[in-house]
Design a protein around this ligand. Sequence first.
Ligand SMILES: [Zn+2]
Length: 307
Amino acid sequence: MTDLAVGIDIGGTKTAVGLVTRTGEVIARLDAPTPANEGGDSIVSAASSLAHTLLHGRTVIGVGVGAAGVIDSVARRVVSATGSLSNWAGTDLGRAFEAALDLPVVVQNDVHAHAAGEAFVGAGRGHGTVLVAAVGTGIGGAVVVDGQPQFGAHGVAGHLGHLPAEEAAGILCPCGREGHLEAIASGTALHELYLRLGGDADVQDAREVVRRTDNDQRARTAVVTSARALGRCLGGLVNVIDPDIVIIAGGMRRAGALWWSSVEEAMRTTAMPLVERVPLVEASLGDDAAIIGAARGAFESLEAVNQ
Ligand SMILES: [Zn+2]
């Protein structure tokens, strides 16, 4: 038995690969741009090449992959993907990585892997039930129970960006439906909301909207509106799941005090009194979370098989 696994995180823009210990320490890592327009074979081949370089003859228990898109962890395939990765849906990740690396392979979604990493050695360490909201250009998430991200029947579980939010009524969500949280509370949506409110057309992104909240009433309104929508959804989830802790990951976690206080107030006033004091914290692992979570998936699945 070996104490190392390869963790692979395939995102829409970047692929990162690490050698990860059983206790969740990354001892070596490499990353490179994901060849997003070149199809599944090229994406797998780019990731495998990074893994080969890192492995350099070292023995590992296997490979854990966290990949963008909806992933069927049992079939180890990409079920569906957004437009950011072309010819990605249908890719047989299990077989492709096994062929490339000659190692056993375990596959999950990248947000699930990220959440598993945070729950294992990040902000959720030591907690049994962890709710992770990943709020960036889009919104994803996961519920991790005793270290295991919940995949659901189709690999879709945790997609909290597609909860209904009244502020998003009539606004098209990237998933194709209207009225979802992601359409009002992602970074992209915050910027669009600011422009709809009549904000300065020269403002380019959510980061700039956040920076203007001291002096620009429209920026304040946009930030508070989108943060409250997120907070209410989190409060509703707290009522359903009763987590030990709620973690916010993704770029919007740097959106500042007004955003955080608006999220928190809405979450606590929506949560039932018994659960309203649940801790709400920022993710702590940064870029390595998904590598660690993917490797953790490999340790758990492959050792269970070997026992
Ligand atoms: Zn949606």
